[in-house]
Every structure is written in structure tokens, then in C-alpha cells.
Write a protein that binds this ligand. Structure first.
Ligand SMILES: [Fe+2]
Ligand SMILES: [Fe+2]
Length: 172
């Protein structure tokens, strides 16, 4: 059995989006590292790794479904971010765009009768809700902190403490 070619093409495009997100979060993480905001750097580094994992999940799906992997040209990441608020806004916008793409991909697989891919996509819906909520909260905290970006660092430390008992990949 082979994946529907329209769905395959849409997945290839999505792999490009995920890798684009990887590069964007890596760029933001590096900016914070240079600024000495190491908690924010670690947070965005982890986000970047999540995005690489998303790309790999799609690639594994292409393999399992006898598809063809064609990674498109990846857009260069924005490298002008110079505050936590800007980073959070950019990330939230990005996640909203990705959520639309995920919804569209789910709709496409359903309309093409590809319920295997439709079912595979449900994991990404949960993941998008979590990422939207994380970035939305970061933006609110960053806006409250204003110029006091160290307050966001403190917030990140507290969040990290809270998240520890929740093992990663539990939804797999
Ligand atoms: Fe993603
Ligand atoms: Fe994401």
C-alpha cells in the first residue's frame, strides 16, 4: 500500500515547515545564549529539538507508507529578534500558522480517504494546542516583565521545576 500522492506532497511541505521552525527556534535560542539569558536559551533549544522531532515523525510516516521524501527549500529564519517579547510574538505567530497547516493536512487526508494519515495527524493536534498555550503564556509573562527580562528567566526556572514530573513523549 502506498500513500496518496497529494497527501505525500502536503506532508513534504509540512516537513519543510517543521525544519523551518527548528532553524527559527535555534536562532532565537542562540540570541538568548549570547545575551546571557540561559534559561530562555535552553527553553528555545528544547523547542527547536521538538520541531526536529516533528519533522522526523513525518519522515517516518513517509517511510512506513512507501512514500517519497522531497524536502522543499527552507526559508531562512528571522535573525533580528532582540527581546523576549519579540521572540514570543514571533513564536506564537509561527505556531498559529503551523496549526492552520496541520488542520489543513488533516482535512486533506480525510477528503482523500487516507484515514491512516488522518489518524497519524491527531498526535500533532494535541502537540499544537500545547505549543500554542506555551507560547501564549510566554508572551503574557514577557509583556508583564517588560524591560526586566530576568523576571522571565525566573519564570522559566519555576516552569522547569513544575514540568519535571511529566515525562516527555508520554503521549506517544
Ligand atoms: Fe512542529
Ligand atoms: Fe511547534
Amino acid at each position: 500500500m502506498q500513500i496518496n500522492s497529494t497527501v505525500n506532497q502536503a506532508i513534504n511541505k509540512q516537513i519543510g515547515m517543521e525544519l523551518g521552525a527548528y532553524l527559527q527556534y535555534l536562532t532565537i535560542s542562540t540570541y538568548f545564549d549570547v545575551e546571557g539569558l540561559s534559561e530562555l536559551a535552553a527553553f528555545f533549544k528544547a523547542q527547536a529539538e521538538d520541531e526536529r522531532d516533528h519533522a522526523e515523525r513525518f519522515i517516518n510516516h513517509v517511510v512506513a507508507f512507501n512514500g517519497r521524501l522531497e524536502i522543499p527549500a527552507i526559508e531562512a529564519p528571522v535573525s533580528t529578534v532582540s527581546s523576549v517579547v519579540e521572540a514570543a510574538k514571533l513564536s506564537l505567530d509561527w505556531e498559529m500558522k503551523v496549526t492552520e497547516e496541520i488542520n489543513a493536512l488533516m482535512k486533506l487526508s480525510a477528503s482523500e480517504g487516507d484515514h491512516i494519515t488522518e489518524n497519524f495527524m491527531t498526535w500533532f493536534l494535541d502537540e499544537q494546542l500545547e505549543e500554542l498555550s506555551t507560547m501564549n503564556r510566554l508572551l503574557k509573562v514577557a509583556e508583564r516583565a517588560g524591560d526586566n527580562e530576568l523576571a522571565v528567566e525566573d519564570f522559566m526556572v519555576r516552569q522547569r521545576g513544575k514540568q519535571q514530573p511529566n515525562p516527555q513523549g508520554a503521549g506517544e
